[in-house]
Design a protein around this ligand. Structure first.
Ligand code: SAH
Length: 464
């Protein structure tokens, strides 16, 4: 059982937030059994809502038997599922208190963002790490944590302590945050190895962890336990956590400023676009990807190429895609044009079926935004899985930087650049990647060539 108490007048406002009227007890049918919501008290000064789970252990065994998760099934009829809070609690929260969890409140929208003096109490929470671990999880989020450990059996004190606690968390906090923290951290405390975690849990945790998980001192521990120690999921999750809290939109904002200013004086952007467009034309491609398309400058040129029947721009940044969409005037496009061009959100770090089956791909001024340890992942996504006939990649030539008067020595052209390569570094990388994946690489300079330093931008054209 989870109870949530609000101690601010009028305390029964809690009912609005939870979308459950205090006067009425309600029951819900869920995949693992049932859930009941009722209010043990609903006064002016104090109002408590209770979510009681009724887990059906026998039904669970039946449901999981013979399915793909066979070895992971709850093989025993005797287990702690019916009385301990577990991932089922999270399922119940999202199904029964979904609107509150997502911060929606039709009748009283003002309440959603109001921190309230809330106290949550979980009757039986498993925690093998003991009270210190509970504190490590909840205190960084601002909660006062009280935990009372239960004996294995009150009648046989010599059996000692159990790993179960009654836990009370209190703080002045928004209800949606409280629910989110419980939603994520209860499964973390539940060490049940049988719980089957899948890939889409990554997205779920990213979404639910937004705004707090990245700064939690124990985020690694949380991820490991949330994903039940499936190393690959943990790794992917942590990588994306960093990626997404890097805030692609902000990086983009800055990009628009700095780099353009530095390169503008030499009209580099237009030169680059022209070179890329001609490389695409020479390749004879009739379908093309623009990966890390940004605000759609290249896309706008690509749509002019008649031969291209299919054009897809991809970026991690929503903001960039919105701008690209308005630059391309997509809201005014005919259905026919809309079949030709498409914008998708995605990351170059992840294998993505939507990127298969294209003749050419352009990756313009993007690789230098990727963390070097993660370049490998990008290489595989593009050269091994997407595998277009032609790949065009451009990146700054760092040697040329000393020619930019406004750029202090040793500085990169943009704050979000993780590296900038010399000609040799880029060519070595390109040749190695090409060789490994069955491509050949050719190089072209972009912009005025300095006899010693080379061109400001370097371009590699890869052919399968
Ligand atoms: N190609 C565009 C934009 C270059 S700026 C141009 O030449 O104008 C770099 C772009 O790469 C940004 O829009 C950024 O959001 C995007 N980007 C950075 N990391 C990415 C990733 N992992 N996957 C996809 N796009 C990414």
């Amino acid at each position: 059982m989870l109870t949530i108490n609000n101690a601010r007048r009028p305390a029964a406002d809690l009912g609005f937030l939870l979308h459950k009227r205090p006067g009425k007890a309600q029951s819900f049918s869920l995949p693992f059994g049932g859930a009941h919501v009722f209010y043990p008290e609903a006064g002016e000064d104090s109002c408590t809502a209770a979510l009681l789970l009724e887990v059906d252990p026998i039904g669970l065994v039946r449901k999981t038997r013979g399915t793909r998760g066979d070895s992971h099934a709850l093989a025993q009829y005797v287990n702690d599922r019916p009385y301990a809070a577990s991932s089922f609690m999270s399922v119940a929260i999202s199904r029964v208190f979904g609107s509150a969890l997502n911060g929606k409140c039709k009748d009283r929208p003002d309440l959603v963002d109001t921190p309230l003096p809330l106290t949550a109490r979980i009757s039986v929470l498993p925690c093998r790490g003991g009270e210190p671990f509970l504190q490590r999880l909840f205190e960084p989020l601002g909660y006062k944590v009280e935990a009372e450990r239960h004996r294995l059996d009150e009648k046989f004190p010599e059996w000692g302590e159990s790993p179960y606690f009654t836990v009370t968390l209190s703080q002045e906090v928004r209800l949606m945050d409280l629910l989110t923290h419980i939603y994520v951290l209860v499964p973390v405390l539940d060490n049940d190895k049988h719980y089957w975690v899948t890939e889409d849990e990554i997205d779920k945790l990213l979404r639910r962890g937004e705004g707090w998980l990245d700064s939690h001192p124990d985020k690694e521990v949380i991820a490991r336990r949330y994903f039940k120690h499936q190393r690959r999921l943990v790794r992917d999750f942590l990588a994306r956590l960093v990626d997404e809290t890097d805030d692609p939109d902000r990086a983009l904002e800055e990009q628009a400023g700095e780099e353009n200013d530095i390169e503008k004086k030499i009209g580099l952007k237009d030169l680059r676009l022209a070179e890329v467009v001609s490389a695409v034309q020479e390749s004879g491609a009739s379908s093309v990807l623009d990966l890390g398309c940004g605000e759609g400058m290249l896309l706008r040129e690509l749509v002019k190429i008649r031969r291209l029947e299919r054009i897809v721009g991809m970026d991690v940044s929503h903001l960039a895609l919105e701008r690209a969409s308005s630059r391309l005037k997509m809201d005014r496009m005919s259905d026919k044009s809309l079949q030709r061009i498409n914008l998708i959100q995605g990351s170059l770090m992840y294998r993505d079926k939507r990127l298969s089956g294209f003749d050419a791909a352009c990756v313009i001024e993007v690789i230098e935004h990727l963390d070097p340890p993660r370049l490998r992942a990008f290489e595989r996504v593009l050269f091994e899985f997407a595998r277009p006939e032609t790949i065009v990649i451009t990146t700054p030539n760092v040697e040329y930087n000393s020619r930019f008067e406004d750029l202090p020595a040793g500085r990169l052209r943009h704050r979000d650049h993780r590296f900038e390569w010399t000609r040799k570094e880029f060519e070595d990388w390109a040749n190695e990647v090409a060789g490994r994946h069955g491509y050949s690489a050719g190089f072209r300079p972009i912009g005025e060539i300095d006899p010693d330093l080379g061109p400001p931008t370097q371009m590699g054209v890869f052919q399968k």
